[in-house]
Design a protein around this ligand. Structure first.
Ligand SMILES: Nc1ncnc2c1ncn2[C@@H]1O[C@H](COP(=O)(O)OP(=O)(O)O)[C@@H](O)[C@H]1O
Ligand SMILES: [Mg+2]
Length: 277
């Protein structure tokens, strides 16, 4: 293969098969107040192909949130590297959007202004950003709540609002950290169905951290199981369930078998993490 050394890295075409996100031998050490070191991640390797949905599960404290923050550039790895082929910015809009369990909403902004916030930061005019925000609110079943404030909404509605806010900027990558963990079981089921539909319509590159095996399988193209701390990838399971998926995809023999495989891999790790806590 010929390499043109003069063309510079920015001219090298991005391979269409290059992963959208890649962690290579990523380790992370946190140093506490008393100087004690915690090895949160050790040699994590993870490739996330463009347009795929990866579910990430593992025992509490194994480093899932840390890995997500590193993948999204909110935190630097201690060793190893993260590669991303996503464009860093498009007209001031972020290429990566986060959705957290605690919503991360601004209580002092109305619902429509919460959704439009990222667009405003990118310098978009009021008319256009409100139009876009309203369209996403309608899509998420929140039409009529534009002038409400987050505290006036139920937990499920707030999480729909968070999703609208993440999707409205049309990011290339969505990183979600247990977005449904605080919801009751029925609300959660509804939101999972919304998210399946939304993903199948938009085909974003997604990494979702969840504690729910059902959720991981229902939504993911792959489920990655992490070990107890220091977190490493223990199992990377392709989910062959056909799409489009809906609640009934979480039934049947293939689903049960995959769930059993996931639990077999996860169970030991949960026990280990309990022993050490
Ligand atoms: N900013 C930080 N400073 C010190 N320790 C941290 C920090 N963030 C996370 N940790 C520690 O790193 C480990 C992994 O944390 P985290 O990524 O939140 O795990 P998970 O999301 O899987 O529950 C935990 O032991 C946690 O206490
Ligand atoms: Mg976490």
């Amino acid at each position: 293969m010929e390499v043109d050394l003069l063309s510079g890295p920015e001219r090298v075409p991005v391979s269409p098969v290059a992963p959208a996100l890649e962690a290579r031998r990523v380790s992370k050490v946190f140093v506490g107040r008393a100087g004690e070191a915690t090895l949160a991640l050790r040699d994590v390797g993870l490739e996330v192909q463009r347009g795929t949905f990866v579910s990430l599960i593992g025992p509490s404290g194994c480093g899932k949130s840390t890995l997500l923050r590193i993948l999204g550039g909110l935190e630097q790895p201690s060793t190893g590297e993260v590669r991303s082929t996503t464009r860093q910015e498009r007209g001031g809009l972020p290429a990566v959007a986060f959705v957290f369990q605690d919503y991360g909403l601004f209580p002092w902004l109305s619902v429509v202004d919460n959704v439009a916030f990222g667009l405003r930061m990118a310098g978009m005019g009021k008319r256009e950003r409100h139009d876009r925000a309203r369209a996403w609110l309608a899509r998420m079943g929140l039409a009529g709540f534009e002038r409400s404030y987050p505290e006036q909404l139920s937990g499920g509605m707030r999480q729909r609002l968070s999703l609208a806010r993440a999707f409205v900027t049309d990011p290339e990558v969505l990183l979600m950290d247990e977005p449904m963990a605080a919801l009751d079981a029925q609300t959660r089921l509804l939101l999972q169905e919304d998210l399946v539909r939304l993903w199948e319509e938009t085909k974003k590159t997604v990494v979702l951290v969840t504690h729910s095996l059902d959720e991981a399988l229902l939504l993911g193209d792959r489920v990655v199981v992490m070990t107890a701390r220091p977190g490493r990838v223990k199992l990377d399971l392709p989910v062959g369930l056909p799409r489009p998926r809906n609640a009934s995809s979480a039934t049947g023999v293939a689903f049960s078998r995959m769930k059993a495989d996931l639990w077999a891999a996860l169970r030991d790790e949960v026990e280990k993490s309990l022993e050490h806590s």
